[in-house]
Design a protein around this ligand. Structure first.
Ligand SMILES: Cc1cc2nc3c(=O)[nH]c(=O)nc-3n(C[C@H](O)[C@H](O)[C@H](O)COP(=O)(O)O)c2cc1C
Length: 141
């Protein structure tokens, strides 16, 4: 089973989470609703950048994640800049032995005057393709 968990303050990452869920044939849930009572094969984690960092709720969720709950984590997100959540997610999970894919998806997310219209249709298409690719790459498990 695959899962998509995200944090989204203004809806940009939520839109991308929907596309990722479509590509992965999985369900997208916000981090508040996330329930990992059953082990997950691929956990897609969506997070954006706020003042240079990921959201505190996402940080708490990742800090509580255990190696036996997930085979691999794949990261996606939006931001006004090109900054991805990937390095911060890796810094939290890798010391616990949790595998984090280097293949991550990032697109612009509207923020004030920046990134107007994003994520757009093309971004969402690419996000769906990213999720399909990750699933194919990990289908031998
Ligand atoms: C309080 C705040 C701080 C932000 N700081 C950054 C930042 O440091 N770097 C950046 O690239 N984008 C920054 N952004 C832009 C968001 O990352 C961007 O709008 C993102 O798409 C928001 O995703 P969400 O709608 O899923 O919350 C910030 C946005 C907010 C609201």
């Amino acid at each position: 089973m695959n899962k998509v968990v995200y944090v989204s303050r203004s809806g940009n990452t939520k839109k991308v989470a929907g596309a990722v869920a479509k590509g992965a044939s999985a369900k997208a849930v916000s981090v508040e609703e996330a329930n990992l009572s059953k082990p997950v094969n691929i956990l897609f984690v969506g997070g954006s950048i706020y003042a240079g960092k990921i959201d505190g709720k996402l940080r708490d969720f990742l800090s509580a994640l255990r190696k036996d709950q997930v085979k691999i984590v794949a990261v996606f997100g939006t931001a006004a800049s090109k900054k991805s959540a990937l390095p911060e997610v890796k810094a939290i999970l890798e010391p616990k032995g949790i595998l984090v894919s280097d293949d991550a998806f990032q697109c612009k997310g509207k923020f004030m005057m920046v990134g107007s219209g994003h994520p757009n249709v093309e971004d969402l298409k690419q996000a769906e393709a990213f999720a399909k690719r990750i699933c194919e790459d990990n289908s031998h498990e």
